[in-house]
Design a protein around this ligand. Structure first.
Ligand code: GTP
Ligand code: MG
Length: 198
């Protein structure tokens, strides 16, 4: 799929204020600093469409970007940033959970995890929560450029083994790098296929 246009539309704290035009949306969720905003920039070939930072907790709102005037990429705040105060963490959690549970236009959810780490309880618990609520998702392993292929493969295998302890089947998985563009074609192709099936 060719990205002809990518534009920021609106930021919200509440899913009910998000665009109501019914265009399908593809949302990115995951721990703070995992690379959600960077992935949106990589997919759209824009350096700073979504704001990124080396400090966790950059994205605080639900951000809609319209692509080719046909569908949305949605950048969400990250979960699990320990240094944020408890109240603000709870508030962000509510924004994220309400969006995921209630947003009818959300067509596909990508859960981002850092490809450098072994399966982390916070991510596994989040996916369990999605499962309990009947929300389908794919996994995106980010920062694939930060280690060699051997280590990447090892971490992916340990993720699969860990997930198969509680899941009957594995979700779709993508490996990406915002630096090298790894995984871009696969994700865009997947989105294109879903868009055409709607
Ligand atoms: P929050 O908005 O705080 O939840 O974070 P986020 O998940 O949106 O992360 P963001 O895209 O802001 O990236 C966090 C940091 O990781 C930045 O310093 C990025 O440059 C870096 N980063 C993100 N993706 C990659 C990647 O694929 N490779 C490398 N090397 N660095 C990356
Ligand atoms: Mg962000």
């Amino acid at each position: 799929m060719i990205i002809k246009s990518a534009e920021f539309v609106i930021s919200n704290t509440d899913y009910t204020s998000c665009p109501q035009d019914g265009k399908p949306e593809y949302a990115f969720i995951g721990r703070s600093n995992v690379g959600k905003s960077s992935l949106i920039n990589m997919l759209t070939n824009r350096k700073s469409l979504a704001m990124t930072s080396s400090t966790p907790g950059k994205t605080m709102l639900i951000n809609h970007f319209v692509i080719n005037d046909q569908w949305y990429l949605v950048d969400l705040p990250g979960y699990g940033y320990a240094r944020r105060g408890k109240d603000s963490r709870t508030q962000l959690r509510e924004i994220i959970e309400d969006y995921i549970l209630e947003r009818a236009a959300m067509t596909s959810l990508f859960v981002l995890v850092d490809s450098r780490h072994k399966p982390q309880p916070i991510d596994l618990e989040f996916m369990e929560w999605l499962g309990e609520n009947g929300i389908p998702f794919s996994i995106v392993f980010t920062k694939g450029d930060k280690q060699g292929f051997g280590k990447l493969k090892m971490n992916l295998n340990s993720y699969k083994t860990e997930m198969l302890k509680s899941w009957e089947e594995l979700p779709l998985m993508f490996i990406t790098s915002a630096e090298t563009g790894l995984g871009k074609e696969e994700i865009l192709k997947y989105i294109d296929t879903v868009n055409k099936s709607l």
